[in-house]
Design a protein around this ligand. Structure first.
Ligand SMILES: [Zn+2]
Ligand SMILES: [Zn+2]
Length: 372
């Protein structure tokens, strides 16, 4: 099959012939229909998440059709349409038992090692050199082998080119609103960064009934998209953004979300909070980045926390959110700014680097994706 391979950080992706071994016990083979190009792929491609993560087939947000099952897989059948979930929680570790399956301790070592759950890879170059998986998914490819728990069945009504976004951008953004911040009707919200994930935070805040949603971004086009998804106010990003938000919501907001992943914007999320409120960081910072806070302000009971992958049981949340999208309550078509193919993923990464466009979706199987 063909896949977009990151040979080494800092080099463009190369579309290569790749060997994909059949699924082993507990795994499924999926024909990829569509994959979203996410900032986390860019971080890894640019080497910001540390060494030793390549050569690898990137891609962790996508959807496709199940083609074959490994031994012992239940609840899935060939032909099933699925979205990928990149934390195939074990259900039994301390985190899973505590209701925090997104932080599953069993899957994390394999995710960092670039293998599937048994510690081995199904991917190699045509010449035999081994390739790493990325977060169990590696969907910048025509096919992928994933743990069964990484394949979440989808409602029939949901086109796969839209479903592709549910397993990362949507669950990360809407989950942060629902499960980390628990935004209540009438509360005020500030969203710093309105890219693929930030726009989902805006939509999630709207669904939660937030009274005022202030969107902050340097790009007027993204602010317009945020307005279309329920933002009540738009503020240009930059050093003046905090003052502008506080002018709109005197005293500070009930919830601030940071979806950029930079120390300066994390600090801004803190600075726009009212006393007693908590800033939720969803953006992924580069390895080694640090944030400084005015320590005295801790007395005002402000808080700062992260939210990873929806802060709930990821597969259950993906299923529930796919239902909301299929029911028309969470429109996704408008956030897909660019549609491309395997060869065009590298340009999608370049657009992310430049902050251009909301989301690139690569179509690997146009008929299955609903884009033929
Ligand atoms: Zn992602
Ligand atoms: Zn677990």
């Amino acid at each position: 099959m063909r896949a977009a391979v990151l040979v080494e950080a800092g080099r463009p992706l190369e579309v290569r012939d790749v060997v994909l071994d059949p699924p082993r016990a507990g795994e499924v083979l999926v024909r990829v229909a569509a994959a979203g190009v996410c900032h986390t792929d860019l971080h890894l491609a640019d080497g910001r998440l540390g060494e030793g993560r390549w050569p690898v087939v990137l891609g962790h947000e996508g959807a496709g059709t199940v083609e074959a099952l490994g031994a012992g897989v239940e609840g899935l059948a060939p032909g099933d349409r699925v979205a990928f979930c990149f934390v195939p929680s074990c259900g039994t570790c301390r985190a899973c038992a505590a209701g925090r399956a997104n932080l599953c301790e069993t899957v994390l070592p394999a995710a960092w090692a670039g293998t599937l759950l048994d510690g081995t890879s199904r991917l190699r170059l045509a010449g035999g050199a081994p390739l790493m998986h990325f977060n169990f998914v590696s969907c910048f490819a025509e096919h992928c082998v994933v743990p069964a728990a990484s394949a979440v069945p989808l409602p029939d009504a949901l086109p796969l080119w839209q479903a592709a976004l549910v397993g990362c951008a949507v669950v990360t953004g809407v989950g942060a609103v629902r499960n980390a911040a628990r935004v209540a009707p009438g509360e005020t919200v500030c969203v710093i960064g309105c890219g693929g994930v930030g726009l989902q935070i805006v939509a999630g805040a709207g669904l939660a009934g937030a009274g005022r949603i202030v969107a902050v971004d340097p790009d007027p086009a993204k602010l317009a998209l945020a307005a279309a998804r329920g933002a009540t106010d738009a503020v240009p990003a930059g050093p003046e953004a905090v003052a502008a938000v506080l002018a709109l919501v005197p005293g500070g907001v009930d919830h601030a979300f940071e979806a950029v992943g930079q120390p300066a914007t994390i600090r801004q999320a803190w600075d726009v909070l009212r006393p007693g409120a908590t800033a939720i960081v969803v953006g992924i910072a580069r390895l080694g980045a640090e944030v400084s806070l005015p320590a005295l302000e801790l007395l005002s009971e402000k808080g700062l926390r992260g939210s990873y992958y929806g802060s709930a049981h990821p597969a259950e949340e993906i299923g529930a959110l796919a239902g909301l999208v299929a029911a028309g309550e969470l429109p996704l078509a408008d956030v897909v700014s660019h549609v491309t193919d395997l060869e065009g993923i590298e340009d999608g990464l370049a657009r992310l680097r430049a902050g251009e466009g909301a989301r690139t979706v690569a179509i690997m199987d146009a008929a299955a994706a609903g884009r033929d």
